[in-house]
Design a protein around this ligand. Structure first.
Ligand SMILES: *[C@@H]1O[C@H](CO)[C@@H](O)[C@H](O)[C@H]1NC(C)=O
Ligand SMILES: *[C@@H]1O[C@H](CO)[C@@H](O)[C@H](O)[C@H]1NC(C)=O
Length: 392
């Protein structure tokens, strides 16, 4: 999910302490290039033990015919309560539903009164999202969270970070009610929250995502490491140029091996693990669909969405190649296969199937439909992203 407000929250992130590092989940050792490692601001005086082993967080796939989001547990509070979150590279803060939120219909909400370490802050804000939970475009600010600041201990993989800045959701728009998770853990391109605390405790400042399709399973977020058993060949790294979000410069988009002058222009593409569809401006979207099929039309009931009769979608070729340049100066493609074109029938018109590309002027963004075909490394220290084809 891409938060349109989250950059403003960076200033609120307080420094936190790491208390202990008991047995994190067992991970095979991996080579990690730490040449250009950069530690986040702030320093920790009360470190007792250094966190050195990468922490694996198993992820569930929120699947509704289409892979939507991958989510897993962090623990918050004392004693710890499991809080399920989307690990979202399109936002920067942690926010989740509590039992105080009456408009939050999720189960197992966080109970503030049961945590002895929770400290309520005084700041309230609203978070607007430019991309939401499923495959539908955001219309009229229908993804909005009202939140209140606080701090608490956050434990991930047995490593506890004290006093982590967070937001509790006091109100949410109904679009969030289908979520099987309680909240969102921002994983932006500058380390925040528990991730910043882990880095200060000695963990390499990167994380890796293995966002597999539903049929494959075993998705995982690996914090502080790279699992080279999960991909084929070598990782290719490209510069990350976003401020807060993750962006890589692309030189060309091709559809079914063809490109156009418009699709050949240099653009900055945001990588958002919390978004399932891809978003391009209207002109680019139309140019891409023109290379797929004239049958694909804007879907009037949901501005920004496109579709075609479900009976005509099977077998439509729609291979999308996004071309980037590696740090070594070589072009490489990230490819979205034709199988991603159909994201399922519209709820309001089940005979029309929605297609992958949403029009959104002012934003060029890709997410799960690309990431589930690649192992991805999000290197905060090196300000670069790495990709290799998933090894399943
Ligand atoms: C998160 O924790 C709950 C129990 O609190 C468990 O049922 C669920 O399977 C966990 N989810 C993942 C992805 O590990
Ligand atoms: C990337 O994809 C385009 C379009 O299919 C193709 O022409 C080009 O050769 C590919 N580049 C690489 C490096 O594979």
């Amino acid at each position: 999910m891409l938060s349109t407000f989250s950059l403003g929250l960076l200033a609120l992130a307080a420094s936190s302490e790491v208390a202990a590092s008991p047995e994190p989940m067992q991970i095979r050792p991996h080579k990690i290039d730490l040449q250009s490692r950069k530690t986040p601001k702030g320093h920790v005086s009360a470190l007792r033990k250094r966190a050195t082993a990468a922490i694996g967080v198993p992820l569930d796939d929120f699947f509704l015919g289409t892979d939507l989001q991958w989510f897993g547990n962090i623990s918050v509070g004392t004693p710890p309560q499991d809080v399920s979150v989307v690990f979202d590279t399109g936002s920067q803060s942690l926010e989740f539903a509590t039992t105080d939120c009456t408009s939050c219909t999720q189960k197992n909400k966080f109970d503030i009164s049961k945590s002895t370490t929770f400290v309520q802050g005084s700041r309230t804000s609203t978070l607007d999202f430019a991309t939401g939970v499923g495959v539908d475009p955001v219309v009229n600010n229908d993804y909005v969270l009202t939140v209140r600041s606080g701090t608490d201990t956050v434990t991930v993989g047995g490593v506890a970070a004290k006093g982590v800045s967070l937001f509790t959701i006091t109100k949410q728009t109904p679009k969030f009610n289908i979520d099987p998770f309680l909240g969102i853990q921002g994983m932006g391109s500058s380390a925040e929250g528990f991730f910043a605390a882990l880095i200060r405790a000695g963990l390499p400042s990167l994380f890796s995502m293995f966002l597999t399709p539903n049929a494959v399973g075993n998705a995982e977020l690996l914090i502080g490491g790279i699992d080279d058993t999960k991909f084929k060949g070598d990782l290719i790294f490209a510069d990350q140029t976003g401020e807060g979000d993750w962006e890589v410069t692309s030189s060309q988009i091709s559809v079914n091996g063809k490109t156009t002058t418009l699709l050949k222009k240099t653009r900055s593409i945001i990588f958002d693990s919390g978004t399932s569809n891809i978003l391009f401006d209207t002109q680019t979207t139309n140019a891409m669909y023109a290379l797929i099929s004239p049958l694909i039309k804007p879907f009037a009931a949901e501005p920004g969405a496109y579709g075609l009769p479900c009976s005509q979608i099977a077998g439509l070729p729609a291979t999308i190649d996004l071309t980037f340049t590696s740090q070594a100066g070589k072009p490489f493609n990230l490819t979205i296969p034709s199988s991603e074109l159909n994201v399922g029938p519209f709820a309001s018109d089940p005979t029309t199937c929605q297609t992958l590309i949403n029009a959104f002027d002012g934003l060029e963004l890709v997410g799960g439909s690309v990431l589930k075909h690649y192992y991805s490394v999000w290197d905060v220290g090196g300000q670069r992203m790495g990709f290799a084809p998933n090894g399943f």
